[in-house]
Design a protein around this ligand. Sequence first.
Ligand SMILES: NC(=O)c1ccc[n+]([C@@H]2O[C@H](COP(=O)([O-])OP(=O)(O)OC[C@H]3O[C@@H](n4cnc5c(N)ncnc54)[C@H](O)[C@@H]3O)[C@@H](O)[C@H]2O)c1
Length: 344
Amino acid sequence: MKTLLVGLGNRGTMWAEIIAAHPDVDFAGVMDLDPARLERFAARWPGIPQFTDLDAALAGTKADFVTLVTPPDGHLDQARRIYGAGLALLAEKPLTTEMAEAVEIVKLAEGHRLPLTVGLNFRYLTVTQAYRNLIASGELGAPGFGQFVYLRNRNGYRPGLNRYPLTMRHPMMLEQSIHHLDLMRFVYGREVEAIACRTWNPPWSMYAHDANVNALLTFEGGVEVNYIGTWSSGWNGNDFDWRTDCADGVIIQRELFEDIAKAKKEDEALTPVPIAPCEAFKDDTRNLLDAFLAALKAGTPVPCDGRDHLRTLALCFAGIESTETGRRVEMAEFYRRHGLEAWI
Ligand SMILES: NC(=O)c1ccc[n+]([C@@H]2O[C@H](COP(=O)([O-])OP(=O)(O)OC[C@H]3O[C@@H](n4cnc5c(N)ncnc54)[C@H](O)[C@@H]3O)[C@@H](O)[C@H]2O)c1
């Protein structure tokens, strides 16, 4: 299969490495608005058609799908052009920074009967798969409550990192917490029924808008999770802790991309759960790409599809609504108000 890679920044370069090394995908071409990014790409991967205009790239290449790795505020316009050209779309998260725009893209995909996958690659980390399998096995009983802690001082000026989160609204929620909310939905295999949320910006934050997210999430079956995430921690060391208390034991993920352990209620110590090594951002993304390619070839539903992503995005926007109104948001009511019922 051939892909047109659009967006050659920090994440686009990771995608380029994964595509270049993949036996079943070739570049049909690459596109970026910035000629310097195209030059840098050509120095590593010469001979691939390059474009600075999306329509020209779509007309001038023979691709099976577009890998879209641009900032989210342009995704709707790009999706219109990509689906208009009859191509499948694998788009980075967040699909959009507006709820209505995300619905529009899902409608476009379904209207054209073309696949849409959103890049929720952390679902494919081996630690995530192990967590999900443990919950699904019921080995430790039904989950009852949890806490999810992600504390990081992210230097948004670090060379190589994208700059737009420094000035966008809700950078933590829409760029980072979106992954965490998606992981909880995926691992628990349950949807959120209600969210009470508070977002804010610590006085020392380098971000123009809220770098902190606190949320109380009520999942189906009464599973309650307490979430805190920040990009403006007071310390440069990272902290990660995702603990789920179940009827007969506990599951704890102690590192961001690895280290999961479990204990039965009476156990004196935690027992590590063996997981295969997995290089974050690479192996997980390749696994997502493999699942996407397999679905395209077989004509079966793609992974992390648009409807699925609408539920995770809805959680982000319901959280934002909650912090703005000071009220807990019932998701069923949120779906109704935003015309989402038909799409999820
Ligand atoms: N899934 C993950 O693990 C993960 C990790 C990092 C970033 N991301 C996501 O990837 C996306 C890109 O992030 P990034 O870090 O690469 O940003 P970046 O700023 O480093 O790169 C964005 C690139 O897109 C180009 N661009 C901007 N508008 C364009 C347009 N209209 N057409 C073509 N090119 C355009 C820019 O010139 C730049 O080269 C974001 O949505 C981000 O959230 C996902």
